[in-house]
Design a protein around this ligand. Structure first.
Ligand SMILES: Cc1cc2nc3c(=O)[nH]c(=O)nc-3n(C[C@H](O)[C@H](O)[C@H](O)COP(=O)(O)O)c2cc1C
Ligand code: SF4
Length: 425
């Protein structure tokens, strides 16, 4: 096992949650005190930019750059929204973080709000995360008692309120503009961009939406500095550590904090303790359900944003789901497409009708009724949907389909030729 500095999981103990006393004992709220007493909002924004932190919600956009689009100096209400919707299959890291140490997010929200000069923050949380929401409410109350939330925080003249808001339990609510509609009490269809939320977001006001893990990293960057944070990664492209949520056919399925840029083989063999039941590694989703499959030839690639893009996949949320050599990749992909088709909000045709069509094609092929033209139809649907949908849900659904067509086309052909699934006995 690697001796990775534990930032986000520093206080993690099985079955326990750390609240104010324990959090303070491990250096909690020192970053907030430093930020409010020694740093200007502009200096904080510069620090985050220099750290090269990239958003941990899936798209990996540089956080400091995103913050430069935000009109921090403009007067009037502005909002910071934390995205904890986390409904994508294979991704559970934010929930783990909030089970272990909710004050990190609370401290991160307060200092980020100060950096962006936002008045109000919302943590938008998955409906099933009842315990995590309870942890957050308790941590917020403790932070308020300590004088970190409310009026004139630490005599800075800065006021900030922080609320926890439950999600309605649909995947689309994690898309940042659908989330804003949901927070406003509207139907959660995504919004047309531009205008981007930084210009016109929640209640028509400037808004930044960031992921839980992204925000939780901010206090650590203030404590350790931008260079230290960047150097935690193993590859020049990366920065920081990352929460890797392991699942699927591994001997050990847990969430680990590991350096960005760690090789896939190490994640599978050391942390996942190898493929279960002595079987072989066949494929994995490296970053949640919307990322194209990697195969054994990719076991030595570094898990970071640009390396994975170079090999045709994506880092996403670093939810690593492994499939063993007895897995039918048609069935695995069908399972994921069923999720995406069910969660389509129905707003645009490529997603609403295209994903239903892909689902039907894969069900037909997997069920042994496939004909040779169905492979061509699958490819046609892939091209029809890619790059044409209103938001990134349908594009994400094309991740595993693209992996299936690139690496496992022969399995589709075998299903069609044999008139059934070759993996079923
Ligand atoms: C369908 C869909 C679901 C998403 N779900 C989440 C989610 O649960 N959590 C999250 O942080 N980002 C999610 N995202 C990405 C957000 O739209 C947004 O990019 C992210 O919250 C920005 O935070 P970051 O810059 O800190 O990564 C989702 C995107 C799409 C298209
Ligand atoms: S891509 Fe899907 S989820 Fe996104 S707007 Fe279109 S129908 Fe809705």
């Amino acid at each position: 096992m690697r001796d990775t500095p534990q930032l986000l999981f520093k206080n993690r103990r099985p079955g326990e949650t750390v609240f104010m006393a324990g959090y303070r004992a491990s250096g909690g709220y020192e970053a907030l005190e430093k930020a409010f007493r020694q740093m200007s909002p502009a200096e904080l924004r510069e620090l985050v930019k220099a750290s090269a932190l990239r958003g941990r919600g899936g798209a990996g956009f540089p956080t400091g750059v995103k913050w430069t689009f935000f009109p921090a100096d403009k007067p009037g209400p502005k909002y910071l929204v934390c995205n904890c919707d986390e409904m994508e299959p294979g991704t559970y890291k934010d929930g783990e973080l909030l089970m272990a140490d909710p004050h990190q997010l609370v401290e991160g929200m307060i200092v980020s709000a100060y950096a962006l000069q936002t008045d109000v923050g919302y943590i938008f949380i998955r409906y099933a995360y009842e315990k995590q929401a309870e942890n957050l409410r308790r941590a917020i109350a403790e932070a308020r008692d300590a004088g970190y939330i409310g009026k004139d925080i630490l005599g800075s003249g800065f006021d900030f309120e922080l609320h926890v808001h439950g999600s309605a339990g649909r995947y689309i609510l994690g898309e940042e503009t659908a989330l804003l509609n949901g927070l406003e009490g509207q139907r959660p269809n995504p919004r047309l961009k531009p205008p981007f939320p930084a210009v016109k977001g929640l209640f028509g006001r400037p808004t930044t939406v960031n992921n839980v893990e992204t925000i939780a990293n901010i206090p650590h960057i203030i404590n350790g500095g931008a260079v230290w944070f960047k150097d935690l990664a193993l590859t020049a492209d990366g920065s920081g550590t990352k929460l890797f949520g392991l699942s699927g056919h591994l001997n050990r399925t847990e969430c680990f904090e590991l350096p960005v840029g760690i090789p896939l083989r190490e994640v599978v063999e050391t942390y996942g303790q190898g493929v279960w039941q002595g079987r072989k590694f066949k494929a994995c989703l490296p970053g949640g359900a919307s990322t194209p499959y990697l195969t054994p030839e990719h076991l030595d690639v570094a898990l970071d944003f640009s390396t994975l893009e170079a090999v045709g996949s994506r880092f996403g949320t670093a939810g690593v789901t492994v499939f063993d050599d007895r897995t039918c990749m048609v069935a695995a992909t069908l399972n994921l497409i069923r999720f995406f088709a069910r969660e389509s909000c129905g707003w645009c045709t490529p997603c609403r009708d295209g994903l239903s069509m892909v689902r039907w094609l894969l069900e037909t092929i997997e069920g042994g009724r496939g004909r040779p033209e169905h492979l061509a139809m699958l490819k046609e649907q892939f091209h029809n949907i890619s790059g044409t949908s209103f938001c990134a849900l349908a594009e994400g659904a094309m991740g595993p389909l693209s992996g299936l067509l690139t690496h496992f086309e022969q399995e589709i052909v075998d299903h069609i030729e044999k008139g059934g699934c070759p993996f079923r006995s």
